[in-house]
Each structure stands twice: as C-alpha cells, then as structure tokens.
Design a protein around this ligand. Structure first.
Ligand code: ADP
Ligand code: ZN
Ligand code: ZN
Length: 755
C-alpha cells in the first residue's frame, strides 16, 4: 500500500472489529475478533441477519455499546486492503452530501468481485530496471543479446518480460548474471495489458493548444479546476496527451481520465495507447468482465497502472499517486448516476481533486451551464459571483483545412417531409452519394415508430405498466416500452373498436433506415442505436466499416453524436428535434443545443467542408440562430441569465425527494407530510439557516407511472448549498423514522437532473 493508506493497526486479542456493510442502514456494526489478524481496511466476512456478508473494517476498538454476549464473531478475513485513507475521505464526503448510507457508499464503490466472499486474486507480472551502471567488462563481445537487452533497459525506466522477450527467446539466461550481480532489479506488479506503440504522427500544437498546455503545466501542484472549452475537433484530446506526457514522466504519478461512455468511443483508448505506450494503461467500465474489472481496478489501486480511463464509477478508484484528473465531455449527463447513490461524477471529481490537491481538467465543446457559471462567474450583476475555474478556450479546428460545418434549417411546413425526409435533405444525400461522401442522419428515437394509432377511434398503443406510449419495433414484431422494457405483441386489430387498420405514426431509426433503402437502393445504409449495437464489439466493427468507406449513410441516435471522427463525412441531417424546443423541462434547450453542436461536429472534420441540415417547423427559433453561428458562449450566457432570473440551477441548488408506490394516495400522503415537516423545520430555524430553502408541493413527474409504480416528488431549492444540506440531513432522518417509508420506495436525489 502507499504512504497515504491507513496505518495498519494489528490486533490479535479478542477486541472488537467495527465494520461497514452493504445494507441500507446508516451505521457501523461491531463484531468480535476471534483471534484473527485484522487490519483497518481489510475485507472481512461477517454474519448478518442470517446471511454472510462482506464488510470493510473501519476501526478496531475495545469498547462497544452492545452487550458482549450478543456480539457475533468475524468469520473470515481476506488479506487485501482495497481502500486507502484518501478513498475513505472521498466516500465519507459522498455519503454525507448525497445522504446515502456510508456502508453502501463504500461497498458499491468496489468491483463486484471484492464484494463477494472470495479472496481477491490477481495476475502479476515482473518489471525489470537498471539498478546501477553495468561495467563494460561484464559484457563480452559475443554477448549481443545481452547488449541489446541492456540498451532496452537504458531506454526505458522499466521493461516488462514481454518487451525483453521480444529481443530474444534466451533473454532470461542472458540477463541472469546481471540480476545476480545486483545490476538489474525487478519488481512484481499487477499485470496490465501492454500498449503497442504505433507510428502516429505527432502534430505540432497550434497557438491555442500550446497556451492551454502551458497554462495547466504551470499549475500542476495543488488543486486547480480548469474548463477546457474547445469546439469539436479543436484538438482537446491532443492537449490531454501532452499533459499526460509531462505528468507521467514522474515515476510516482498516475492520471485518471474520465469519459461518458467508453464503448462509444473506442478510438479514444487506442489514441492514448499508441501515443503513451510506455505507460501501463487500464480501462474501467461496465463492458468489462468482472475479473477484468477487478484486475484493472487492482492495477490502478496498487499504482501499477499509470493511466486509468473510465466511466463515472472510476471516479472512486483508489490511485495512490494521482496527480491529474481529466473529465472529457464534462457536460454529458451520463456522469450522473441514476440509481443507488445519485452522485454526479463531475462534482465528485472536483471534490477528489481538492482533497488530493491536484488539478482537474473539464473538457467540452458545450460545457454544462454549471461549469460555465463556475468558469465565467456572474458577469451581469455587480459584486456577483467570481469565477472559480480557470477558462481555456480553443476556437479553431485543429486540422488546418478543417472548418466548422455550415448549418441550415429546412422548414418542414412547405414542402412537408415525406416519410420523414424533406426534398432538400434527400437532394443533399443524393449529392453526397454521387461524390462518394458519407452522410449521417440523426434521430433521437429508436424503434420503427413512436406510436401505433387507430384512425377510427384514435386509440394509441400504451405500455401496460407505464404512463407512456409503447414504441413499435417492426423487425422484432413487438410493441416495446423504452422506460420499463415491457414487450407486448402487436395487436391485429384495434383493441378498442376492432378496426384492423392500425397505422404507425411518426419516425424512428428503423423506419428511416427502411425509407432510405427504398429511396436510395444503391446506397449502403447502417443503423446505430441501442438495438443494433448490443453486442460488445458491434459498434467497433461498424465504425471501422464507416472508416473503410463501406457505408454511405449512417442513421442513428445520440450514440453517433459523440467523439467520432469520420474524415469523409460531409453531411449531417437532423430529423426531428422539435419536441425538445418547447419542453417543460428547463434543461431541455441546454441539452438540445449541446446535442446538436456535438452531432454537427461530426461533419467536415477532414479536409472537405461539412454541412448540417436541420428539419424543423420552427426555423425562427432563437436556439437555431445561436446554433447557426455556433456561438456557444453567447448562447450559454443567455441561458444563464434566464436561469438566474428564474432562480433555477446553477443560480440555486436543488434536491428532490422522490417517492413511488402502487397507489398514488400513499405517495401523496407521504410527500405531503414530508413537505410540511420540511417547511416546519425551515420556519423554526429561520434565524440560524444561511438561507431559507423553498419547499414545493408534491407533484407528479412527466412519467407519472413507471413499471406499475405511481410516482411523485417534492422539490427543495436554495441559493445556499449549506442551507439545503442542513435541511436534507434533518429531512432524511425524518423519512427514515416515518412509518410510511416501509410501504413506499423513496430516494433523495441531490442536484437532480431528471425528475
Ligand atoms: P477534440 O478532442 O477537440 O474533438 P481532437 O484532439 O480529436 O479534437 O483533434 C481533432 C483532429 O485534429 C484529430 O484528428 C487530431 O489528430 C488532429 N489534431 C489535433 N491537434 C492537432 C494539431 N495541432 N495539428 C494538426 N492536427 C491536429
Ligand atoms: Zn380503434
Ligand atoms: Zn413501460
């Protein structure tokens, strides 16, 4: 373990072991030590409510409030110490801030294998390094293998067995005398998959990139948040690579890079691997097998992995030599966990960087309004908030010939689209086909059609379990709910009036794909959505087909919007986003703008200029005006003013108490009592709270019924984080003691993004 780990406190006497468990009770549990060697931080197996559970030892104590004869004994101890002091500090912060039981916070941060009753085995490997200069006399003239091994060891700080074996099959025999003589040493580390250097050409940084790299490298020591605001294709990734090269030159360093969904951007991992092949790199995401995940996690936790690339959960990975954190696409909502502890990985990353005293770089072409506010402050109000992040801007596309695409709206009022496509968009696709260029059509709805409709009685197919429409999936011949996954057969006639003529209404990916195949029979069309790329490597395969020019038209959802770099793609068509323009959700326009900027960013990344055509019934909408100018800064500033005026985040902080039950009456009763109790607390403590949080009446969310559960929520809001936190602490204790809490399901969502 590293120097920051908990001081091992060994006990062999029958003292008391205090552990945390993965149970929804916000407390620690005491057990007797039957004479095992147990350290703080160890994993132990203990009996709990008739089961055996894995717990983490928090403390070894001599006293407990529980009568000794009632204490049960620890059953088993594993010798690994998965979490260090720094990890506990971060997890403690999260448990407090998100008001989630500490034991569950701790255990859920670990790979599944460490939560199972099994020793944590891992594959190891040896690394060799030169310990002292080797006198020439030791190397005979004929010992060419040894000379080459030595050259390799001189070039690299450490060499793996694979690197040495590449020199000669007899490397072991040749090297043995140097090991025996103490000239070469080796150490055993957790094994990682080696990266292969690739002959990637290393571009010369442009002025903006160079300035960004220099600024960040100038403040490597100590906590410093940066917002790297760079348009799509401006070379943010290149900036990250340069930072890593410098930071990793120190052998006692590790870097954590976070990405929204790694399996959507396989290019990113290979770019880091080929440019930084010297350094052990591991990934952490949900597409790994449990044993790979454990192996990679241990490589990070032991310090063997120097680069960790992971999704939101990786923010908790212990890294003893963490020196820098990077969060790419920081605006992406997949950083917010939507079940269990509802943490936001960006916010946790900020806390972690502060606790470790390291810089954190947030990168985006369309920063979240939260980060934008933190980086620009309140520019409108005198004496308003000062910026707390440093802002770095990349305004130009990095490839010198590449320019930002031109963006146009196509008015769908006249002439109206046929089967979802306007004549202008069809012409544009036709042109691309003739020129041998690629097109991408973006529609954020998968399936065949969003509704199945009876024109005789206006019946619409609903999900049987949710207050939502069932989406028609023609290929699988089912109606499927995208909220709960329920599937039902497609009715042969209207269940309400018997009319056999049921029609699909509206467009979704499958239907557009079908239309494109009819309109352009010679074109090679591919569809990308959750339904087509469920298999692990399906997306990678498809992306390489796109790069190889084997596909002419791509149809897909937002999965296609992120990070991909297709040099020959010159047209992006946006099919139907109008519903988001007038959504009641105040975040809808921020999200839509980000999404459209991202998807537009896929066009014209190579040397050919790109064009983006947006089909809309509202071409005059101000969002499109801002989009056409591709001026995110101005748009964000306007949105921010709106949020300030309306007192929505980030001008204020919110938390949402969500509840659900089979009957809404129960939910309503619970939430009504909750809001009254919360208001009573605020009224009573008006004098001492830094601000009086607002507590709204219970309301039902847009999706009022989900999976047969009736839902409701109470929103709490305050301009002061601390005032809200004080209220939440009392409110959660109130809920835990409330008799109704056994009959309903509840969850507190701090900084909620969705209701
Ligand atoms: P972003 O992460 O901002 O979308 P990338 O780092 O992926 O941008 O860069 C976009 C493209 O430009 C990549 O193909 C990359 O190799 C290239 N690139 C980046 N920086 C430079 C540079 N300074 N000169 C030339 N090409 C560059
Ligand atoms: Zn009908
Ligand atoms: Zn459903």
């Amino acid at each position: 373990m590293c120097s920051t780990s908990a001081a091992p406190q060994v006990t062999t006497s029958a003292s008391i072991v205090r552990v945390v468990l993965d149970v929804p009770l916000d407390r620690e549990f005491d057990y007797l030590n039957p004479g095992l060697v147990i350290k703080v931080g160890n994993r132990v197996v203990v009996p709990f409510a008739g089961r055996q559970l894995v717990g983490i030892v928090m403390a070894l104590v001599n006293e407990t409030d529980i009568p000794l004869h009632k204490l049960k004994a620890v059953l088993q101890v594993f010798d690994d110490v998965p979490l260090d002091t720094a990890s506990f500090k971060l997890l403690r912060f999260c448990a407090d801030y998100y008001h989630y039981p500490f034991g569950q916070t701790v255990l859920s941060s670990l790979p599944l294998r460490l939560r199972q009753i099994k020793p944590a085995v891992s594959r190891k490997m040896w690394l060799y390094h030169l310990a002292q200069a080797v006198p020439d006399a030791l190397i005979g003239k004929r010992q060419q293998v040894l000379a080459r091994l030595l050259a390799l060891l001189q070039q690299h700080a450490e060499c793996s067995e694979a690197m040495l074996a590449a020199v000669s099959a007899t490397w072991r025999k040749a090297l043995q005398p140097l090991l025996d003589g103490g000239y070469v040493n080796r150490r055993e580390v957790i094994a990682t998959r080696p990266s292969m250097p690739a002959s990637a050409q290393i571009p010369e940084l442009n002025d903006e990139q160079a300035a960004a790299v220099e600024a960040i490298l100038g403040r490597l020591h100590g906590f410093q948040p940066w917002l790297l605001f760079g348009i799509t294709g401006s070379g943010k990734t290149e900036v990250y690579i340069r930072l890593l090269e410098k930071v990793l030159a120190d052998p006692q360093s590790q870097v954590l890079i976070m990405v929204p969904e790694i399996n959507l951007t396989p290019q990113l991992e290979s770019r880091f691997r080929s440019r930084l092949s010297e350094y052990a790199l591991v990934t952490l995401h949900s597409h790994l097998s449990e044993s790979e995940r454990l192996q990679n996690w241990q490589a990070a936790q032991s310090g063997a992995a120097r680069i960790v690339i992971g999704t939101r959960l990786s923010v908790f990975t212990p890294m003893p030599h963490l020196k820098l954190m990077i969060l790419d696409e920081e605006h992406d909502s997949s950083y917010k966990q939507q079940d269990g502890m509802r943490y936001h990985a960006r916010d946790v990353a900020l806390v972690r960087a502060k606790q470790h005293g390291v810089p954190v770089v947030l990168g985006s072409a369309t920063p979240s309004l939260e980060s934008w506010y933190n980086a620009t402050g309140d520019q409108e109000h005198a004496g308003g908030r000062k910026p707390i992040y440093r802002l770095l801007t990349l305004n130009k596309r990095a490839v010198s010939q590449a320019t930002l695409p031109r963006i146009f709206c196509i008015d769908t009022a006249h002439p109206p689209p046929e089967a979802g496509l306007t004549p202008l968009l069809k012409q544009a696709i036709e042109q691309r086909l003739q020129r041998g260029e690629q097109s991408l059509l973006f529609i954020n709805r998968r399936g065949y059609a969003p509704v199945l409709h009876c024109s005789a009685c206006q019946w619409l197919a609903d999900c049987r379990r949710c207050s939502a429409k069932a989406v028609l999936h023609l290929r699988q011949r089912v109606l499927r709910c995208h909220h709960c996954g329920d599937e039902q057969p497609i009715p042969l006639q209207c269940p309400s009036c018997g009319n056999p003529d049921l029609r699909p209404v509206g467009q979704a990916t499958q239907r557009i794909e079908e239309t494109l195949q009819q309109v352009f029979p010679q074109a090679r069309v591919a569809r990308v959505d959750r339904d087509t790329i469920q298999a692990k490597d399906a997306l990678t395969t498809l992306l390489s087909e796109v790069h190889a020019g084997e596909i002419d038209i791509l149809v897909g959802t937002q999965m296609l919007a992120k990070g991909h770099d297709f040099a020959n793609l010159t047209l992006v068509g946006v099919l139907d986003t109008d519903s988001a323009l007038y959504s009641p959700d105040y975040r809808a326009s921020e999200r839509l703008f980000a999404q459209l900027m991202q998807v537009a960013g896929r066009a014209g990344r190579g040397e050919k200029p790109g064009e983006v055509l947006i089909q809309t019934a509202f071409p005059q909408h101000p969002l499109f005006a801002a989009l056409r100018e591709q001026n995110y800064a101005e748009f964000a500033q306007a949105l921010l003013q709106e949020r300030m005026a309306m007192q929505f985040p980030p001008a204020t902080y919110i938390a949402v108490m969500k509840a659900e039950a089979t009957e809404y009456a129960l939910v309503n009763q619970f939430l009504t009592e909750f809001s009254l109790a919360a208001r009573a607390y605020v009224d009573q403590h008006a004098a001492t709270l830094p601000d009086q949080p607002l507590i709204y009446d219970p309301v039902r969310p847009g999706l009022a019924r989900l999976n047969r559960m009736e839902r409701g929520y109470v929103m709490m809001q305050s301009a002061h984080r601390n005032a809200l936190q004080q209220l939440l602490q009392v409110a959660v204790a109130w809920v835990r003691a409330h008799p109704l809490q056994a009959k309903i399901r509840w969850v507190l969502d701090v900084d909620a993004l969705e209701y």
